[in-house]
Design a protein. Structure first.
Length: 327
């Protein structure tokens, strides 16, 4: 087993201690889940060091206690078994939305330097393999890592809710159960990242970081969002760096403004949508109206498959989450 896969096994064990003997043969559903996690962790991306595999895999593996499958998924009608889509009010066009966010970034305080601390809230579906019943389960995560590539990842289980319960899909949906499901120390040298060193806030610096996380030299909007998501999984950026990300996104094709909404923590935000190259999914990027920062990315499945209906929202990550909530 490679180091990447061994670390994934550690996270999965931490997140969901075995309820059956460790040498028991996995059932077909478990095998599919395992194979999907391993494929996601080890699948190479252009210009990305393979060492990154475990870092992305960690995020998925931590969510594996929540989801039997971590399928990433346009804005549309609610689909049974998934959270309700966010409602948008008319707002500015794409260029204006990005300009407003950048102006807000200049006018509001933010981190003085990029930080190796990320507080996030992620979403998944708890799917009963026997009955097909689902619950939405938030997960509140804190990742801290150091220049020697040591660190710690802690995940707290949120309070599950029935996705068919309309009252639970209005306003702030997340509350902490207080149950720690992952508490993973990372030994020096174990944390793998293509950007281990603090980087600057010039266009060149930020572009280089995004390219290290897989963005090509002439990216689409979807490719910018994918790389930015990977960066934000490991770094909390300064406002100037976030503004450069938005500048790069503004130069890319395929970005559509959706208007304004309240995110699943009740924060006011502007929405931008991009569609993946294969047309299988869309990503909704949420920009805080208060700070201008990227505070969330939500993926929607566009093409029905044997696990999820078209239009199902089954993956969500929010950043800049208050420390008091992530505990």
């Amino acid at each position: 087993m490679t180091d990447d896969h061994a670390l994934l096994e550690r996270v999965l064990t931490e997140a969901d201690p075995a309820r059956t003997p460790r040498d028991a043969k996995p059932d077909p559903a478990a095998e599919r889940t395992r194979d999907r996690i391993i494929r996601t962790a080890s699948k190479p991306r252009p210009q990305r060091r393979r060492a990154l595999g475990w870092a992305s895999g960690i995020a998925m593996a931590a969510a594996a206690v929540v989801v039997a499958v971590a399928v990433l998924v346009p804005q549309g009608a609610a689909v049974a078994g998934s959270p309700a889509p966010l409602d948008f009010a008319a707002g500015e066009g794409t260029a204006e939305t990005l300009d407003t966010a950048q102006a807000t970034l200049i006018a509001t305080p933010g981190p003085a330097d990029p930080e190796r601390v990320v507080r996030s809230a992620t979403w998944g579906l708890d799917i009963n393999g026997s009955t097909g019943a689902t619950k939405v389960v938030p997960q509140l995560n804190t990742l801290r890592w150091e220049s020697d590539l040591s660190g710690r990842m802690v995940s707290v289980r949120g309070v599950p809710y029935d996705p068919t319960d309309a009252s639970a899909n209005v306003g702030a949906e997340i509350s902490s159960s207080g149950e720690v499901v992952v508490d993973l120390p990372i030994e020096p040298g174990q944390f793998s990242t293509p950007v281990p060193d603090v980087f600057g806030d010039s266009r060149e610096d930020v572009s280089a970081a995004l390219m290290a996380f897989g963005m090509p030299s002439d990216p689409t909007g979807s490719e910018v969002v994918a790389a930015a998501t990977s960066v934000l999984e490991q770094w909390t950026l300064t406002n100037a760096q976030e503004s450069q990300v938005l500048d790069i996104l503004a130069d890319a094709d395929g970005v559509e403004a959706l208007g304004t909404t309240a995110d699943r923590l009740g924060r006011q935000a502007a929405g931008l949508r991009v569609i993946t190259a294969d047309g299988a999914a869309s990503d909704l990027v949420l920009l805080s109206l208060d700070t201008g920062r990227i505070i969330g990315v939500e993926r929607t499945n566009l093409i029905a498959n044997d696990l999820m209906a078209g239009g199902a929202i089954i993956s969500y990550t929010m950043w800049d989450v208050d420390e008091d909530l992530v505990r």
